[in-house]
Design a protein around this ligand. Structure first.
Ligand code: SF4
Length: 449
């Protein structure tokens, strides 16, 4: 759809581009696909936004002031370019584009606004903008997006692969069902093909992505565990991970896959958000504290060394000190290897934003500090308990010191090793030292392919 131009007509076609992604891994994946799209048009990627003819801001709508942040990012790009006498094209993509599309076109001098389900049209939208028409596309024709994307190019050893998008859960604080739409699963064969292409392009580990990844189904009764077992048979794929899951979609088959499938890493990110059943109900999480804990018991029975990760929100409207204490006691009961924690922030258009009893900022700050102290304590304890373990480490990049490399353990811990290694190597390592956020390992051998 074209809207009356706010930008001067007739621009020159951009020759270089830069994609800046904010927020979740799915945005990172979308950013990589948009970069492949522009490269397939013959454009060249630049390392930073300030030298590019086209800047794509791939936005996140999760946090407070997300929309204002987009305007300040646009302003920053323009200011730096203006000082150098340049007028780069600006495209706004991602969840803020989806939620605020027309407002962004009307309010800011941007050339393209494109939603997460329509970015396969980016080349055409850029061409429209070159002819002086500010281009806006926030349609949700999910089916066509992936089929229209170019082949995968050189990827990092740890690659992302979106298998599911959207969410039908409607947690009362969350914008995702509105910005990403209903739950949709990509076809089985298309995922297996893309996984093979990623391995051919250099991936040794693939993380399957979805807002509710464990809700993936092919409609013929196959679930995420069937997909994982199929990917496990791809030669050269050493490791499989998946994120983000919902407790209500943890099928027994997926728990069994953690027991049986060697390439499925013993790491599970399973958000819970709060420890109080009243707060969980007000969040519309559709599960209870006890149900969540019993589920973790079943998962740990299947894979005793599994590392658990969670998401938490403190200060949800009406949360009492006693209810917050239930969150702390749940953390004590689980012992997370890692976790993300945030202060509640009212998102426009979500039911919780209109709730009374919004918690004061200083109370939220104080609760977040206590929660993070507990989570950091448990992460350090998990790392300390890992010393002496033998495991594989996938090398992802160079470390800060000469001959030092940084990689990930099966439990998604950062591990430093030294030696004549390379990015993409999977090494057999003994973990020798633990810090609060990373470990040191001694290499025993290159792992068998
Ligand atoms: S399950 Fe996750 S993505 Fe879906 S509404 Fe809840 S928080 Fe948002």
């Amino acid at each position: 759809m074209s809207v009356p131009a706010k930008t001067p007509p007739q621009k020159t076609s951009p020759k270089t581009f830069h994609v800046k992604s904010f927020g979740c891994q799915m945005n990172v994946y979308d950013g990589e696909r948009m970069a492949e799209l522009m490269a397939a048009e013959g454009m060249v990627a630049t390392d930073d936004a300030h030298t590019a003819d086209l800047v794509v801001l791939n936005t996140c709508h999760i946090r407070e002031k997300a929309t204002e942040k987009v305007y300040s990012d646009i302003g920053r790009v323009r200011k730096v370019a203006g000082a150098e006498g340049r007028t780069p094209m600006i495209a706004v993509a991602g969840c803020v584009a989806q939620a605020e599309g027309e407002e962004i076109v009307r309010r800011a001098k941007v050339d393209v606004v494109v939603g997460p389900q329509a970015y396969h049209n980016l080349p055409k939208l850029v061409a429209d903008a070159v002819s002086g028409t500010a281009a806006l596309d926030t349609d949700m024709p999910l089916a066509s997006k992936f089929a229209a994307l170019p082949a995968r190019r050189k990827v990092a050893p740890g690659a992302f692969l979106t298998v599911q998008e959207g969410c039908d859960k409607f947690c009362t604080y969350c914008v995702v069902p509105y910005t990403r739409g209903a739950e949709i699963s990509r076809p089985f064969a298309a995922i297996v093909d893309e996984a093979k292409a990623l391995v051919d392009a250099g991936a040794r580990e693939i993380t399957l992505l979805g807002q509710n990844v464990n809700a993936w189904t092919d409609g013929d009764g196959r679930g995420l565990h069937d997909l994982i077992r199929a990917l496990d048979r791809i030669h050269g794929l050493a490791r499989i991970r998946y994120t983000t899951s919902h407790p209500n979609d943890m099928a027994q088959g997926l728990i069994d896959a953690h027991r049986d499938v060697e390439s499925l890493m013993p790491f599970l990110h399973l958000p819970v958000q709060a420890g109080s059943d009243r707060v969980l109900r007000a969040m519309n999480r559709q599960h209870t504290r006890d149900g969540y804990l019993r589920l973790l018991d079943r998962i740990r029975a299947a894979r005793p060394d599994i590392a658990l990760s969670g998401d938490f929100i403190v200060g949800f409207p009406g949360e009492t000190e006693a209810e917050f204490a239930e969150t702390l006691s749940l953390v004590d009961a689980v012992g997370y290897a890692q976790a993300y924690s945030f202060k509640y922030s009212p998102r426009p258009g979500t039911p919780a934003a209109t709730l009374g009893e919004q918690i004061a900022a200083e109370v939220m700050d104080e609760r977040l500090q206590r929660l993070q102290a507990a989570l950091n304590r448990d992460q350090a304890a998990f790392n300390a308990a890992s010393v002496g373990r033998e495991c594989s480490v996938l090398i992802e990049r160079r470390g800060k010191r000469d001959g030092q490399w940084l990689g990930k353990s099966p439990w998604l811990q950062s591990v430093h090793v030294v030696g004549p290694h390379a990015i993409g190597d999977v090494l057999d390592v003994t973990l020798t030292q633990a810090g609060p956020l990373s470990l040191t390992g001694e290499v025993r051998a290159l792992a068998a392919a």
